[in-house]
Write a protein of this length. Structure first.
Length: 286
């Protein structure tokens, strides 16, 4: 069978698989976020902009005590608040020289942006506490600025979904603009998406971004495996396939994508399990 016939066969099989998928499980809220026009996004020199990812109401008004790092703040009542939906570079408080690139810059930026005693509004998602007892919230200033968006827009954080995902599509769109402009951490080589060929032993069991072209797929066990450049296998749980309808409803063969997640090496091949659709995105640039 030649290459053309093989690709045609794979596309046919892929089409059969998609017919078995449930209809889109995307919520009305997420669909509305996707339809919100990009022209609403305005970058200003001071980093402020109207919130794109705005809740219908705020759950609590709180007072800031101080900023811990780029994605964690402490309130006057002693609670630690972890900003939902983003991940700022990590600071090594014991050995600062081992901190990730742009970690100190992210903390400095947020400390300049917020002031002790400032009143903030919190909006909660499904889960309110993380395993460390920190409060999980979307955080807004009284002027309606969304801290998660501010950090993403300036390139001091990247999106990452743990469990709470109400605004994941909206936040991804904000991140994409900063990535395209190579702002902040996106200008640093540590945060560049790697090719499969560039992966090394040290990448095992680490969260990485990898770019490649979908060259095939397999249905095996409890997963649908997307194959990138014939060497990286990205597993999508079949039981969770409905969440991935925004990706799986597309003809992915020969499509450039970026995947992110914890890498592992098994049976002489790189593998990554995608538990949320935010971990797979189409490349919109070379």
């Amino acid at each position: 069978m030649n290459t053309v016939q093989l690709l045609s066969s794979l596309k046919s099989l892929l089409g059969v698989f998609f017919l078995l998928l449930p209809l889109s499980f995307s919520s009305t809220t997420q669909a509305a976020q996707t339809e919100k026009p990009l022209r609403e996004f305005k970058v200003q020199n001071n980093g402020s902009a109207p919130a794109l990812c705005a809740p219908t109401h705020f759950d609590e008004e709180v007072e800031l005590q101080y900023v811990n790092d780029g994605d964690t703040i402490t309130l006057k009542d002693g609670r630690l608040v972890r900003l939902i939906g983003i991940d700022s570079p990590e600071i090594d408080f014991q050995y600062p020289e081992l901190s990730q690139a742009y970690a100190e810059e992210a903390r400095h930026f947020l400390r300049q942006y917020l002031k002790p005693g400032q009143l903030l509004n919190l909006s909660f998602d499904k889960r309110r506490l993380d395993p460390y007892g920190r409060t999980l919230a979307y955080v807004y200033t009284r002027n309606g600025e969304h801290l998660q968006e501010v950090l993403l827009r300036q390139g001091f954080a990247k999106t990452r979904v743990y469990q709470n995902d109400y605004f994941w599509q909206c936040l991804n769109r904000v991140e994409l603009i900063a990535r395209d402009k190579k702002l902040g951490l996106w200008s640093h080589p540590d945060y560049r998406a790697r090719t499969v060929e560039e992966l090394v032993r040290e990448d095992r069991n680490r969260w990485r971004e990898v770019k490649g072209v979908v060259t095939g797929y397999e249905r095996k066990g409890q997963y649908l495996w997307l194959i990138l450049d014939e060497k990286l296998y990205v597993g999508i749980p079949r039981a969770e396939s409905g969440k991935f309808s925004n990706i799986l409803n597309l003809d992915l063969l020969e499509t450039p994508v970026i995947v992110r997640g914890s890498l592992y090496y098994s049976y002489k091949k790189w593998q990554l399990i995608s538990s949320h659709p935010s971990q797979i995105s189409l490349q919109n640039r070379p």
